[in-house]
Design a protein around this ligand. Sequence first.
Ligand SMILES: *Cc1c(COP(=O)(O)O)cnc(C)c1O
Length: 367
Amino acid sequence: MSHVFNFSAGPAVLPREVLVEAAADMLDWHGSGMSVMEMSHRGPEFMSIMAAAQKDLRELMAVPDNYQILFLQGGGLAENAIVPMNLLGRKAQPAVIDFIHTGSWTGKSIKEAGKYAQVNVAASSKATGFDRVPARADWKLSADPAYVHICSNETIDGVEIGIPPDIAADTNGAPLVADVSSHILSRAIDVSKHGVLFAGAQKNIGPAGLTIVIVRDDLLGHALPICPSAFDWKVVAENGSMYNTPPTYGIYIAGLVFQWLKRQGGVAAMEQRNIAKAALLYDYLDQSQFYFNRVASADRSRMNVPFFLRDETLNDAFLAGAKQRHLLQLKGHKSVGGMRASIYNAMPIEGVQALISWMQEFESTHR
Ligand SMILES: *Cc1c(COP(=O)(O)O)cnc(C)c1O
């Protein structure tokens, strides 16, 4: 089988070791005679898979004891409705939610939240084409919002908030909610600065279908009456993420990825590798007259690197040549155009080196 480097933004590349292990387990998990897909979620086999996945994620992210880790269905986008339905009950209605609008994903979050609450866009970089994170000093936070929502890695626009902002003093202690879908486990994230973190699994963790929510205990039990029980975090927490059937196979693969991450040296080791990979690619882009990235250097994502050819008529030729060289899924998101290289945890530095070699070759033949 030929080796490829897959730069997809999601669903995305998984560690090869994990896929090999899953393939070996496919028909008979650990002598049980069953595939993980065939097991009762309440049987001892799957319960052990679930417990290990929870424990390993807690360890990898240093999740404090007063936070619950929930494994849900629904995907990241559904959380744009599930979060307000769970948190608005803490406030008199109509409540206000503050948003920092840094790109496409927060745009979707703002739209969805508007069905449940008043929305205050406290800061936005829309006017400059989402090329930066608005300076913290310019955020016009409400005095008492139900919560403040950020997307700490805008997957489409390639903008990352590396350090969670302090908001408590300005907002009467409102919780910070972060969509960490596309950079969870790629860097150290201080969970204790958040009320809620959520992530769809299909970027840095495993297959699509699993959603991870990490929520502080005091934020449970405030769901609006309209919140479906299966998405009421208190109900889910009290039932150990087994109120309804959880996405069992996705949890199993996520568990294998967590074990792989631990073997790599955990999040700190991954962060060092991710810094090196991103630096290689951005340094190359910045010295080039042929390609460019438009995000302010301090706010560039280490995971998703959108870039453009100055001559856009060459895009198709660039992508066709990349594919011939087994560099896959580099086409940019349709809303942004150009190219995008997603370089998640499972992308080795050799993949970034191979991409840069192709970019150099293409430049030298098309300049
Ligand atoms: C991929 C992604 C999502 C999840 O989208 P779903 O298709 O609903 O799983 C949410 N937020 C961000 C930042 C993402 O990158």
